[in-house]
Design a protein around this ligand. Structure first.
Ligand code: SF4
Length: 442
């Protein structure tokens, strides 16, 4: 493993520093102001109870102790010293982290066994074809049955339907319906066309080199039956040259695809006890939000203990920086929330930290001299002392009904931490303070 790291290090040369624009991975951390930033890609956001303690130990021993939750439900360790990287990588790989498949094929933390099975088949097919690690940013995302992660971005977003078909959304092309058995084939075919344009290519690169109709016709040919994408005109429905017997007809009902058509902007991300559908694998989830999306090693360790105390094998990180625990009963979910609240997590919407997001700022980024985290904590303290209907909180909420009261503190206008509608305090270039920008003014 150390060898692999050294090889990638040589290719991308992190010693040149300031790779702030590049996404870190486990074996290719990015160089930041506070040391190396290492991302641990998780499958469905899952971290085992035991692994919580081991990751906390690594963050404490070899990093600066800051553990971040990402917008894709992964973990990041900050401030890793270069001399310690190999040891950290080796340990995490030994624990089963760091596979190309985990990074490339993501899945909702609320996905059931059917979705997980489909994911395994897609990972195996990409592995077999040699495309599992195509690009750090090439992502296939599998949503759950209720579409709770429909707003996740991906080159390909998949939602399984109970009819034995899957709805597939491709960037720039819209959605298509196809048999579940064809999923792995379609995704491998897309990956192959991306790979034709180099190992770092994504769907946009492949589409730019072709016309949408040509591109879809190639996919249809690979599958052996026609494909209908919603953003292709009717006259451009692509057929393969082979007979289409046995192919799933595209569902003409708009509702068939509307369910994953757009980001869930108006919907509040779940927090508290979530009752699942009868068809889901777990009847309840307990969901607790992590203030500012950052944990210290002690809290992560205690979360692992909380899981173990309730005989829960793993916790799952959500894309909205919360932690979900699959529970057998509503009572168990309630008990878990009590435990999570004792660790400082938010378990209902009245918590002052809810909706406050901040990038790392001057603590870990060279692009600003402003302390975004302290500013965000001051906003939370303000909310805590005076309630949600006072001063900053009230101003923000009243002025921005579309933002659900989200306040975003950003060190610069790159806005790494959050891309949705929010009232954003953007750091001025001269580091003299923050400029307030309301949603819709950007
Ligand atoms: S938004 Fe924050 S983390 Fe991103 S580049 Fe600007 S200062 Fe750095």
């Amino acid at each position: 493993m150390a060898l692999l790291f050294e090889k990638r290090l040589a290719v991308d040369d992190i010693s040149h520093g300031r790779r702030t624009g590049l996404c870190p991975t486990l074996t290719l951390p990015s160089s930041q102001r506070d040391g190396l930033l290492m991302r641990i890609s998780l499958v469905g956001g899952a971290v085992g109870a035991v692994e919580c303690g081991l990751i906390a130990d690594l963050a404490e021993r070899h990093g600066n102790g800051m553990i971040e939750l990402t917008n894709r439900g992964n973990l990041q360790l900050r401030g890793i010293g270069e001399a310690n990287v190999s040891e950290v990588v080796d340990e995490l790989v030994r624990l089963g982290f760091g596979t190309d498949g985990a990074r490339t094929v993501t899945i909702s933390p609320f996905a059931g066994s059917v979705e997980r099975q489909a994911r395994n088949e897609i990972v195996a097919a990409l592995d077999l074809a040699g495309y599992a690690g195509l690009s750090n940013k090439f992502v296939v995302h599998i949503d759950d049955s209720a579409g709770r992660t429909a707003s996740q971005r991906g080159d390909i977003v998949v939602r399984l339907r109970r009819t034995g078909t899957a709805t597939v959304r491709l960037d720039h092309l819209g959605e298509a319906e196809l048999p579940v058995d064809d999923l792995a084939g379609l995704i491998t075919a897309v990956a192959a066309r991306c790979a034709d344009h180099g190992r770092r290519s994504r769907l946009g690169d492949a589409l730019a080199a072709s016309t949408p109709r040509q591109f879809v016709a190639e996919l249809a040919s690979a599958l052996g039956h026609p494909l209908r994408f919603t953003q292709l005109p009717e006259s451009d429905v692509a057929s393969s040259d082979v007979a289409s017997s046995g192919a799933a007809a595209a569902d003409p009902s708009p509702s068939a695809v509307a369910v994953i058509a757009g980001p869930a902007t108006a919907r509040l991300d779940p927090i508290g006890v979530l009752a699942m559908r009868r068809t889901d694998d777990a009847p309840f989830f307990a969901i607790a939000s992590v203030p500012l999306g950052r944990l210290d090693p002690t809290t992560l360790r205690r979360l692992g203990v909380l899981c173990a105390d309730h005989a829960i094998a793993e916790m799952r990180l959500t894309p909205w920086k919360a932690i979900a625990f699959a529970c057998a009963t509503e009572g168990q979910a309630t008990d878990l929330l009590v435990g999570a609240a004792q660790l400082g997590l938010a378990i209902d919407r009245s918590h002052p930290s809810l909706g406050v997001v901040a990038c790392i700022g001057a603590t870990g980024c060279w692009q600003t001299e402003l302390d975004t985290l302290s500013t965000a904590r001051a906003i939370i303290a303000e909310r805590s002392a005076h309630g949600l209907r006072s001063t900053v909180a009230a101003t923000v909420t009243a002025a921005s009904p579309t933002t659900n009261g989200t306040v975003h503190v950003s060190g610069c206008d790159k806005s790494c931490a959050f891309s949705g509608a929010a009232v954003t305090f953007v750091g001025r270039n001269d580091a003299s303070g923050f400029e307030r920008i309301d949603a819709g003014d950007r």
